[in-house]
Design a protein around this ligand. Structure first.
Ligand SMILES: [Zn+2]
Length: 164
């Protein structure tokens, strides 16, 4: 929903045309009637009017606007040459973006650590190699022991199918 992507609930296409827009009573959301250009299905989307952009609070307390393409690049890098399709990557990014907006809908701020955890959790369930790649960049381990400990912790935290 955020960033202009609205998927057709019928065929999954992102190709649609807005046929009618209406600002709702409180003025903080917009209802749009849309028509899918691929299958002609008509549907409705609701969008929050973003008065303030979502800000990411960095480790050093500086704030930066949330950047979808930066998130996408990080995830792409982790999934390079892994068996996950472009659409699969796109879905992970959209999923994280939605979760980030939902989590920060009042404050419009999210801690980069929280965002990082969202990425790690999803990568762990999609592809363990990608998870390890991302974690090793993101967590900046000082030594091998730290790294091994982290991977074990992840297994406990996110794992369902692990032997341990
Ligand atoms: Zn459609």
């Amino acid at each position: 929903m955020y960033g202009g992507y609205v998927r057709c609930p019928y065929c999954g296409s992102l190709n649609d045309k807005v046929v009618e827009s209406r600002t709702l009573a409180h003025g903080d959301s917009i209802r749009r009637r849309r028509k899918c250009l691929d299958c002609e299905y008509r549907f409705t989307s609701y969008e929050l009017i973003e008065d303030k952009p979502l800000m990411v609070i960095k480790r050093d307390a500086r704030r930066q606007p949330f950047d979808r393409s930066k998130l996408e690049r990080g995830i792409q890098r982790a999934l390079e040459k892994r068996p996950v399709s472009t659409i699969g990557i796109e879905n992970i990014v959209t999923d994280i973006e939605d979760a980030a907006f939902m989590q920060s809908k009042d404050s419009k701020e999210i801690d980069s650590a929280v965002l990082g955890e969202m990425v790690l959790e999803r990568l762990y369930s999609v592809d363990k190699v990608a998870y390890i790649r991302f974690a090793s960049v993101y967590k900046q381990f000082n030594n091998l022991e730290e790294f091994i400990l982290e991977v074990k912790k992840a297994g406990k935290k996110y794992g369902r199918d692990d032997e341990e």
